[in-house]
Ligand binder design. Structure first.
Ligand code: HAX
Length: 427
């Protein structure tokens, strides 16, 4: 019989622990990074001071999941990606089937969650609704209960994985419910017993299936946003909160609050807005000259061009390329997609001329919105919720790994401006 994700992970733990002990005992005093004054003030960019094994972001290659570039994983289901993030390799067909069944068994959303969501102000942002729902579900945490009963450190990973399965099993249903409650789309749609995670999500949102193309779009969307190594705001926040042994519901909800920021996940809401603004201003899909004019107008008014630039990447984000390829196949006649494609031809040149952004190329958010828009998701405010459903995979798997490895509480040392001034001899 195929092994469960828990059995597979349990079998890996001794080797991972041994490796970590060897690294710390044998090489603990070796330097891997330095920190300059500019880095301490500037968001610690480039300082290597945390470990994340689920994925790596190479400045010149983009996202690599467990050694495999994301462009080679675009045909995988998100469930396979979750498995891969935690276990290191994709599941076999039987393992995948067992895992999907297990996820469905973890899929019940308690009624109190729906009551809370329905009681929230009509003006609440859908991200605030999602984060509140995940936090409310903390009531279900097995980790917290087991900790209170006095579990051994060696066992932390097990209830952490159980909670992770509960978040993963319910987050798509909750997110779909947020959409239908917030945008008055009539009743909630129940999860299906048969559909895979992404297809089920698309169905619960109420999107028209379009011969399965909508399901493929959602599978691609949820695969591409799954993880982006450990230092980004949401992963880093989830990691820090989890390091205090706050359970996965607390930690993921906190991470998602970070994803809700306009420089992080909210950028995908801003991106399509920017594209539609250009279309509004010029009365349809704008020409390259018109896009250039609008890009300069944005920059000259002190704003950023959403969807362009990245803290780590220095090339076109392969996730953007994957969306572009999907759009070229299915949406090439749609004006919104045509505009996104044209923006890509113009904005990098403008940003290079502007001379500030270290990376003038598009990130994932520059393309995703136009795809969602064309499949009927026209409420931009909701886009970060879709991102969140996917990114919960990275946050959860990183957290489970950290509980298995006994990663200690995060506590970098801060210094005062006075200390900095003394250190560099500044009066
Ligand atoms: N438009 C205009 N200016 C930009 C820019 C853009 N798209 N990207 C960077 N810059 C500017 C920065 O604002 C900064 O200006 P100041 O020196 O005046 O502060 C300068 O260029 C240097 O910034 P950087 O080092 O290149 O970029 P950072 O690492 O500081 O920031 C950001 C990376 C992604 C936050 C940034 O590129 C940005 O604001 N982009 C637009 C928003 C966006 O697309 N965010 C989504 C990122 C992907 C993500 O996390 N998704 O969740």
């Amino acid at each position: 019989m195929a092994k469960s994700i828990k059995e597979k992970f349990e079998a890996l733990i001794p080797k991972l622990r041994e490796e970590r002990v060897k690294l710390v005992k044998g090489h603990g005093d070796k330097k891997i990074s330095e920190c300059t004054v500019a880095q301490a003030i500037g968001g610690m960019r480039g300082v290597k001071a945390m470990v994340c094994d689920t994925s790596v972001v190479e400045p010149d290659k983009g996202l690599i999941i467990r050694g495999v570039p994301i462009m080679k994983l675009t045909k995988k289901l998100p469930e396979e990606i979750f498995w891969m993030l935690l276990i290191g390799k994709p599941p076999t067909k039987d393992e995948l089937a067992g895992f999907q069944k297990e996820l469905k068994a973890h899929g019940e959303v308690p009624n109190y969650v729906w009551r809370i969501l329905k009681a929230m102000p009509k003006t609440s942002h859908p991200m605030a609704m999602l984060d509140t729902a995940i936090l409310a579900m903390e009531n279900e945490s097995v980790f917290r209960k087991r900790y209170a009963e006095g579990m051994s450190k060696m066992d932390y990973w097990e209830p952490a994985l159980e909670d992770a399965m509960r978040v993963m099993g319910t987050i798509h249903t909750i997110a779909a419910g947020v959409y239908r409650i917030k945008y008055k789309k009539a009743d909630l749609i129940n999860p299906s017993k048969k559909l895979d995670w992404a297809a089920d999500f698309a169905k619960m949102l109420g999107l028209a299936p379009k011969k399965g193309e909508t399901y493929d779009m959602m599978r691609l969307y949820l695969t591409l946003h799954c993880d982006h190594e450990g230092g980004n705001v949401s992963a880093n926040t989830c990691h820090t909160v989890g390091s205090a042994l706050s359970d996965p519901f607390y930690a993921v909800s906190a991470g998602l609050n970070g994803l809700a920021g306009p420089l992080h996940g909210l950028a995908n809401q801003e991106c399509l807005n920017w594209v539609l603004e250009t279309m509004d201003k010029f009365g349809g899909a704008p020409t390259e000259e018109q896009i250039e004019e609008y890009a300069w107008e944005t920059l000259n008014s002190g704003k950023v061009i959403p969807g362009y630039g990245h803290a780590v990447l220095r090339v076109t984000d392969p996730r953007f390329t994957a969306f572009l390829e999907f759009g070229r196949k299915h949406l090439k006649d749609k004006p919104v997609f045509q505009t996104v494609s044209r923006v890509y031809d113009v904005v990098p040149k403008v940003l290079k001329k502007h001379g500030k952004a270290k990376n003038p190329w598009p990130n994932v958010d520059a393309g995703s919105g136009s795809i969602l828009y064309n499949y009927g998701l026209k409420e931009f405010e909701y886009y970060t919720v879709l991102f969140s459903v996917s990114r919960s995979m990275g946050m959860l798997t990183q957290l489970v790994l950290n509980r298995a490895l006994g990663t200690p509480i995060t506590r970098p040392k801060s210094v005062s401006t006075e200390w900095l001034k003394k250190q560099v001899g500044m009066k």
